[in-house]
Write a protein that binds this ligand. Sequence first.
Ligand SMILES: [Zn+2]
Length: 234
Amino acid sequence: MEPINIENIKVAERKYLENKKYRILKILISTTTILGFILLMFFLRKSNFNSYQNGLIGDIKIKDDKILGHFPYRETSFENLVEITPDILVHKKMYKSLLKMRDDAKKEGVYLVFLSGFRSIELQKEIFYSLKSIRSQVAMERARVSAPPGYSEHSTGFAIDIGDALNRETDFEVEFETTSAYKWLERNAAKYHFKLSFDRKQNSVDYEPWHWRYEGNIEALKIFEASNREKLKY
Ligand SMILES: [Zn+2]
């Protein structure tokens, strides 16, 4: 019997085996990683999309910050304000456009009267909470303006309540919409960058045909961005 030469026994090359195993493992790891990544991206996208659709991500600010249908607004600083008629202050960046609108209306025989412009958060607090009777305009407004302090467009200086000088009994009344002042505004206000804030289409805040806001510059547009984004939905 020939002695077994250990060196002649064929064995699978360890090197080859190891290489193959390693390669399979490598393929497995990379495939799992790629698949996992794709799956992760898919679920993230899907959940983002669903949340957005439900108004949880894109609209979280809008929905959570709102109170009684009103968006929060910061009070503009005093140096931004100018007096447009006695006791009525408005944002200086809205002033010219507002005067021009009133003057142009006048040329057509329509007399706009400004009822309320800037209101400080402090005043808004009084209007909203005070049970004491407050005379004149404020009393009239108190009964009808429901914006809580910190949530009124009037605090920005870019909101103005307008009446018809020849039909003062319609001040702050829905009937204002029957006046020639309102009809003129409906046709022309956009030319001066004014827009009705609370129209009939929305249901959370009462229809206010007298309340207009100015969107004639980037600053104002930014302030009303959230509100406008919501308006796009209906
Ligand atoms: Zn108003």
